[in-house]
Design a protein around this ligand. Sequence first.
Ligand code: EPZ
Length: 418
Amino acid sequence: MDKFRIQGGRPLEGEIAISGAKNSALPALAACLLTSDPVKLTRIPPVRDIRTMEQLLEHAGASIARDAGSMTVQAGKLDRPEAPYELVKTMRASSLVLGPLVARTGRARVSMPGGCAIGARPINLHVSALEQLGATIRQSHGYVEAEAPDGLKGTLVQFDRITVTGTEDVLMAAVLAQGETVIHNAAREPEVQDLAVLLNKMGARIEGAGSSTIRVHGVGRLHGAEHTIIADRIEAGTFLIAGAMTHGDLVIADCVPEHLDALVSKLKQAGAEVRQVRPGALGVRSKGRWRAADITTEEYPGFATDLQAQYLAMMTLAEGISFVTETIFENRFMHTQELARMGANIRVEGRQAIVAGVRELTGAQVLASDLRASASLVLAGLVAQGETIVDRVYHIDRGYEKIEEKLARVGARIERVS
Ligand code: EPZ
């Protein structure tokens, strides 16, 4: 099992290029199931979750051609509209195939995702939204079985709470439903907007993506298209924090700066200098000890829950006490116990972590528990005194493309060891 060995204390200097967004590529790949024509997607990040999604598409009957940096998916005939447990258990975002399979074939059998380290993560909102569109859904033997033999019918879909992949699932189902669908309390994430751009290129008629009300006029069929995935704002945010924490002088290139507004304002509040150095590129510098600054995670455009663990790592060395409140997931502080082993002073009370800044962290052997917690341990290792070994880095490989190579290229002393 791979580990990272990190020697702390080196400032990051230079330029890091951001990859395509995993959380945009996953729904985009699922959207390919909606047409029998080929769909060409560029800037798909070669991370583990993408490979899982590829296996799901091929299992359903799609064929995939790959060339440098792009992928062409053709779901000509879907003779097995299902997502099996052995794949779904490794990636809960597999539920993204539920909507497209029902819309395209009239049926779907998708294993229910188990919980994961950060929370129960049910898909009840996905199921109820598809039922509102007319699908008959039953749950048995750990599978969700959906049927819509006469097709789906447009309607008003009201989400009790904002769900990113729930919005994406129902959006992909609604594009082929008869009549109009209005989605209320929709997620506004850039990845939802990117999916709508792709679907409209495929012939869908969607308005309002990116706002909390999305309107969809159903069409008879979708056709092929070509689309480039947006930059990964969470990868970009992770490296922005790394640049600030290491007192470096780092440029994050090929990103979408406006997707990072919540993080950038917090980094400035903490005393880091962040500026747009050219279109699509943010520069970060920091001198001296940064100040404590509180965050509360919220749905986009609020502070992203996927950047909470990384930001908390930075606050462990801040001057003062910071309050980190996690409102999206019920158990997303697994990184705090590992950070404490490096000398951090953190107390977790329910949904809030109270972080008292210390002068230094010391390198230690630490264990990754989930994708973003692993990233926070790498960041801590970059600034800790001495050597840090991060174990179970397969978690980080789910969502970051060669993170150790990107960091080493800007001065970090980090290597992958097995
Ligand atoms: C997406 O997960 C992302 N994954 C997550 O990124 C991200 O943390 C999350 O959105 C929040 O931004 C992908 O896009 C593939 P939700 P998702 O449905 O859609 C509850 C990463 O690190 N809920 O918006 O699964 C849920 O338990 C990953 O890249 C229900 O109760 O998140 C959570 O508490 C981690 N019932 C809240 O809603 C449902 O049917 C928000 O979850 C669905 C969700």
